[in-house]
Design a protein around this ligand. Structure first.
Ligand SMILES: *[C@@H]1O[C@H](CO)[C@@H](O)[C@H](O)[C@H]1NC(C)=O
Ligand SMILES: *[C@@H]1O[C@H](CO)[C@@H](O)[C@H](O)[C@H]1NC(C)=O
Length: 386
């Protein structure tokens, strides 16, 4: 009797948790390959630079200049510290940032898309860019890089006209051991998401459990890079991924394992975040951005198991190989998902499909009526119009 009561009590304690995981898993299973139904709430879409770009996880728009900054890392095939792929021994490549003039039609590819030259950069041969953030007011470019010894934030001064970024410094902090995305509020003040408490580098098994069980261990760190001692957790979010500011006092954080958007009120003086609410999403959200009308754009993975399979198979990829297995490993079948959220209209899916693989970020230029989707393991970028 006492034992039954104990079990019931235990069950009651974990029931909300089990139900929560059930919601996440059933959302994912609804998108499994045999049930997958594409969605197109966009007028048109096309692919660009598929022959030149690979694994472009992040896209940033500077609408004022009509330029986009892309963060791409072909080296991710063999080095993905978030998903636990450590196969540098099979061959290593560094990543590359690009500047893309998306606003001038009909430019030849080489003029439209320029690799950003990183001047005086000491870590060029160990550069694995993930999230990027640009402070246009000071031309400061922040780039999260998953280097071999540890993850860092590389800081550059960007000169868009010449497509050069001059290295300023590297910021590393023990609390920021698994940085994923950055949102700056100016003057070196950053909110940085930490995707895992248990890094895959040191805790491969615990890290996987953390990914799938979704305990709120990771989260958001606030840090003023001019004052490293200021670093502290301001929010705990399971598998915190993208982060973006809606306005001065409102910040949204994506959770990949909870599958949802966490909204916070930001205190501009103390920099604290106060939790407001969670909006669940039917796909594992990767990165988010906010357009000029204040709508939150989210990209993610409708069927995370296929993403995991792609990531784990990629270490065998040899570009241009004639060997079938090596060629197949370069492929990517995991689907994409992009949606928008606004206070008035709630969540609305813009695109869900398989033509583009592993969407990880989506941005939109409202004035020009164009959106861009980047893909963690995709080729090129997808451009859409509404
Ligand atoms: C996601 O996007 C935001 C802004 O749109 C950017 O600051 C951040 O670094 C990006 N993160 C990743 C991992 O792509
Ligand atoms: C900031 O955005 C939030 C979320 O959309 C909204 O509730 C709030 O009213 C906005 N605040 C300001 C000052 O515009």
């Amino acid at each position: 009797m006492a034992r039954t009561a104990l079990y019931l009590l235990l069950l009651a304690a974990i029931a909300p948790y089990l139900y929560d995981r059930y919601v996440s898993v059933s959302n994912m299973l609804a998108n499994r390959p045999s049930k997958f139904t594409p969605i197109y709430n966009i007028k048109s879409h096309e692919f660009k630079f598929q022959d030149r770009l690979k694994n472009c996880e992040d896209v940033l728009l500077d609408e004022g200049s009509g330029l986009a900054i892309l963060s791409c890392d072909p080296g991710r095939d063999r080095w993905n510290t978030v998903m636990g792929v450590f196969a540098r021994a099979k061959g290593h490549r560094s990543g590359q940032l690009y500047l893309w003039d998306y606003s001038t039609p009909n430019l030849p590819s080489t003029e439209a898309l320029r690799p950003i030259v990183l001047e005086n950069f000491p870590h060029g041969d160990d550069f694995h860019p993930l999230g990027i953030e640009y402070d246009a007011s000071t031309s400061t470019l922040y780039v999260i890089s998953h280097m071999l010894p540890h993850s860092v934030i590389e800081i550059f001064s960007l000169a868009p006209t010449t497509a050069t970024a001059t290295y300023l410094k590297t910021f590393q902090h023990d609390l920021i051991h698994a940085p994923n995305s950055i949102h700056t509020v100016g003057a070196g003040k950053l909110y940085v998401t930490i995707d895992h408490y248990f890094q895959a580098r040191t805790w491969p098994l615990l890290s996987k459990i953390e990914t799938f069980a979704g305990p709120p261990l990771a989260g958001v760190i606030f840090v003023d890079i001019n004052e490293p001692a200021s670093a502290r957790y301001v929010a705990r979010v399971p598998f915190a991924n993208g982060i973006a500011g809606i306005n001065e006092t409102s910040v949204v954080v994506a959770s990949s394992s909870k599958s949802g958007l966490y909204f916070y009120t930001r205190d501009p003086v103390t920099q604290d975040l106060r939790y407001e609410r969670l909006v669940r999403t039917p796909a594992a959200v990767d990165n988010i951005s906010v357009d000029r009308q204040g709508r939150v754009l989210a990209a993610g993975h409708p069927y995370a198991l296929e993403l995991v399979a792609t990531a784990e198979g990629r270490e065998g990829c040899v570009e241009g190989s004639l060997e079938e297995g090596e060629q197949r490993a370069c492929g990517c079948a995991a689907p994409s998902w992009a949606a928008e959220w606004s206070e008035e209209a709630g969540l609305r899916v813009l695109y869900m499909g398989r033509e583009f693989c592993t969407s990880s970020s989506v941005v939109r230029d409202v004035g020009r009526g164009v959106g861009v989707v980047g893909g963690l393991y995709g080729r090129g970028v997808m451009v859409f119009r509404e």
